[in-house]
Design a protein around this ligand. Structure first.
Ligand SMILES: [Zn+2]
Ligand SMILES: [Zn+2]
Length: 427
């Protein structure tokens, strides 16, 4: 047993895993660029109040999942548990409302929540997220949903479905929450303990309770879309109509209205959505988000609408692997220099430096080992060539360049960076 291990709920990303991450991040950046979203980076920690007010006091995140600490100046800070609050804080702080609206931004970063570790859930996790702030029109809702869908498709992931709902706004939601509370009070003996405890403070959360005994009760609960005010109703009708238009480009973009979809954060208004694999079970959501028209005002800005989503990259990468949409290249370095003797060792270092400066990937085999061991090393790295130099080669000024990926014969090549560079490149 090693003395130290990565903290529970965290993971290392070893070099062989990195290509998947680079593929996902590159695809995220390219997709965001297609839609005109510019990258934003915000601090890993923010004042605790920002999340208490932005994410919501009543949420599980704020109540029990935040990494909160007092810094040496006595201020309460929190490792960010999600991305939207920080981006909205930056929008206000930098006066981005003076730019053309909406301001379109994306991020790809790490977030922190003290969650019970389980499959697909981590205490430090990576998300790619987008935010479109300053335009409340339904077109932007559908733009953000399209951005999510095309991100998934650009990764090669298929067989997904879009779930969508409208949870109303400050005007119409209170009446809906009353109806929901009244309904659940009538079923108080049938729901789980968690639900009984959160019924009064967070009634929406009962709808997405995953416990079996609560499913049927949730299915029969009042639907938020039946309680929308006129403005929300119109917005909702436009969103679904615009989504229909996306089918010209994405014939498989079937959405279904899931009245139990509410999302876990207090700040959502009107449209909420999730994309998940079909036949998904448990923690499989690839991407989820919604509109948050009250958030900017809640944290001290002018009343400004916004909408966004976040996509858990851990789950995205699990899905890329499950669907085998990305093949990691097994190409090794261009050459490994196998060197025998002191003089050859010195020459090997100098040549490797020269060839790397020419843009070739070149390593030297471990010094002081037998030729056979150094060749085994070169093969294990999957190098294209082994360049073999010993005392005799130093004397003659010509090394042996042996192809490792073909049956071609080895050739003698002058021990200069120029000649070797040409030979390795195949010029
Ligand atoms: Zn429950
Ligand atoms: Zn409304």
């Amino acid at each position: 047993m090693p003395s130290f291990r990565a903290p529970r709920g965290t993971y290392d990303i070893l070099p062989e895993e990195q290509p998947y991450w680079m593929f996902a991040l590159k695809t995220a950046a390219e997709t965001a660029a297609l839609f005109g979203y510019g990258r934003i980076d915000t601090p890993m920690f923010e004042p605790t109040d920002l999340f208490e007010r932005g994410v919501g006091d009543a949420t599980d995140i704020v109540q029990k999942e935040m990494y909160t600490f007092e810094d040496h100046g006595g201020d309460s800070m929190t490792l960010r548990p999600e991305g939207t609050a920080g981006v909205c804080r930056a929008y206000i702080e930098h006066g981005l409302h003076n730019q053309p609206q909406p301001v379109r931004m994306y991020y790809a970063s790490n977030f922190f929540r003290y969650e019970r570790p389980q499959a697909g859930r981590f205490r430090q996790f990576a998300q790619f997220g987008v935010e479109a702030i300053g335009d409340g029109s339904p077109n932007v809702d559908v733009e953000v949903i399209e951005l999510g869908w095309s991100f998934i498709r650009a990764l090669g992931i298929t067989g997904t479905q879009l779930r969508i709902n409208s949870i109303g706004d400050a005007e119409c939601r209170p009446a809906y929450l009353d109806a929901l509370r009244a309904y659940y009070r009538g079923h108080i003996d049938e729901v789980c303990d968690d639900d009984r405890q959160r019924l009064e403070r967070a009634p929406l959360r009962l709808l997405d309770c995953k416990k079996r005994q609560c499913q049927a009760i949730g299915n029969a609960a009042p639907k938020s879309t039946d309680y929308l005010c006129e403005d929300c109703e119109q917005h909702w009708a436009s969103v679904t109509a615009l989504l229909g238009g996306l089918k010209e480009t994405y014939p498989d973009l079937d959405y279904y209205v899931d009245h139990r979809l509410v999302r876990g954060l207090d700040y959502y208004t009107r449209t909420v959505f999730e994309i998940e694999p079909e036949n998904a079970a448990g923690q499989s959501t690839l991407l989820g988000g919604g509109r948050y028209d009250g958030l900017i005002e809640e944290i001290g800005g002018q009343s400004t609408p916004g909408i966004g989503y976040a996509s858990g990259l851990d789950r995205i990468i699990a899905e890329i692997k499950a669907q085998e949409t990305y093949e990691v290249s097994d190409a090794g370095p261009d050459a490994v220099i196998v060197h025998l003797g002191e003089a050859a060792g010195l020459r090997a270092s100098a040549l490797a430096a020269g060839l790397r400066a020419e843009g070739l990937s070149v390593l030297t085999a471990p010094a002081g080992r037998s030729m056979r061991a150094q060749m085994r090393y070169s093969n294990s790295l999957n190098a294209r060539y082994a360049l073999i130099i010993g005392d005799r080669e130093i004397e003659s000024g010509e090394g042996a360049l042996r192809p490792l990926q073909s049956n071609d014969d080895q050739v003698g090549v002058s021990l200069s960076v120029e000649a070797l560079s040409r030979a390795v490149r195949g010029d």
